[in-house]
Ligand binder design. Structure first.
Ligand SMILES: *Cc1c(COP(=O)(O)O)cnc(C)c1O
Length: 354
């Protein structure tokens, strides 16, 4: 049964938009006029309100700050040629959000609150969706425990919020990647498949050390043997070997199931590639590089869409790629961008009208 939810709307007196040029904004720094806020208390969601973007007042004992019950999502809204607003595959983010919530012992967020709340908020701030090519409005739903009590146990109270940030093109220059052998991101039985805040804090040391060595990001390997590939930073990873696209499978629950990953799998199949979701070892990658069958390596994620990898370093072995000759990765990127901006037919029903 779905209970109709009242979403109160309290509009900002004036818009901050006049002071801002929506072209080429850096990622995640500017926020729109409104935000959605809801409280989970005594087993139900209440105080659901869209209101002017503003700071939160919180107690130093706020549970999320101490024990990390905090999850989030990343979604994007676009405008087509006629100025109509669309959100890309938000249902998939909604499903994943509640999978993360369950893993972190947090309450389910009802579909109506997540989807209708997002639609109403984006609708209200639709002028914040940039209309230039490669620009979008980044949507950040998140939830955190809000008991004011330091005790290690699931909170009784939570806050669910959505904020919006206009963003310019992500100039994802081809990256140099360090194959990580010391640190790990996710082990079987852990929280790798959840978009839980702590996963990102835990990854920062490895990334910082890779940067000191001159690399942009790490390629995470399995936690027990450091032999099988998982993800690149916060992106899923694809390897084109011959006419086959290979991406790690989800069976160990160590990999975040990206919406962009799923979209890339669909488009690669449409392009005629064989797609395999399976275990892939660094030894197999090196062998394919040596015999010339490893054609392309790229990462996928909402922020950058698709990012080329121009170098992979494993121990002292360096694999370099001439990204100018690539086909799969640039085609996935342009098809996805064209679908999102209304220049290519949306044959899979990915665009959700606001
Ligand atoms: C968010 C995320 C991705 C990409 O997911 P998308 O839904 O494509 O944005 C991949 N890996 C990690 C670890 C992530 O947090």
């Amino acid at each position: 049964m779905t209970v109709a939810m009242d979403i109160a709307i309290n509009k900002a007196e004036s818009s901050k938009l006049q002071d801002l040029n929506l072209d080429n904004l850096p990622f995640g720094r500017y926020f729109s006029d409104h935000m959605l806020e809801a409280d989970y208390e005594n087993g139900e969601w209440k105080n659901i309100e869209i209101k002017p973007y503003q700071p939160l007042l919180m107690s130093p004992s706020l549970a999320a700050l101490h024990y990390g019950q905090a999850i989030f999502e990343g979604v994007k809204a676009y405008k087509d040629q006629n100025g109509n607003a669309f959100i890309f595959r938000p249902q998939d983010n909604f499903r994943r959000f509640n999978i993360s919530a369950e893993r972190m012992q947090m309450p389910v967020v009802p579909e109506e609150l997540f989807m209708e709340g997002m639609k109403k908020l984006v609708g209200l701030d639709r002028n914040w969706i940039p209309s230039k090519p490669d620009h979008s409005l980044y949507i950040r739903p998140f939830m955190f425990s809000s008991d004011e009590l330091i005790g290690v146990r699931p909170s009784d109270n939570y806050k669910f919020m959505i904020i919006l940030s206009p963003t310019g093109p992500y100039y994802g220059a081809p990256m140099r990647i360090y194959v990580e052998e010391k640190y790990s991101r996710a082990a079987s039985g852990g929280v790798g498949y959840a978009k839980a805040a702590g996963n990102y804090g835990a990854a920062m040391l490895a990334t910082a050390e890779a940067k000191k060595k001159g690399y942009d990001q790490v390629l995470w390997m399995d936690a027990s043997e450091h032999k099988y590939v998982q993800e690149i930073g916060t992106m899923n990873v694809f390897f084109i070997i011959g006419n086959t696209a290979i991406t790690p499978d989800l069976s160990q629950e160590t990999i975040l199931e990206g919406v962009t990953r799923q979209s890339a799998i669909t488009l690669l199949k449409e392009m005629g590639y064989q797609v395999e979701e399976r275990t892939l070892s660094i030894d197999e990658i090196i062998a394919a590089y040596k015999d010339g069958s490893l054609k392309e390596v790229f990462g996928t994620g909402t922020a950058a869409t698709v990012t080329m990898i121009r170098e992979l370093r494993y121990k002292d072995f360096v694999m370099e790629f001439d990204t100018d000759k690539w086909k799969a990765c640039p085609t996935v990127k342009s098809w996805l961008t064209d679908i999102r901006e209304g220049r290519r037919e949306d044959r899979y029903g990915w665009m959700w009208a606001v």
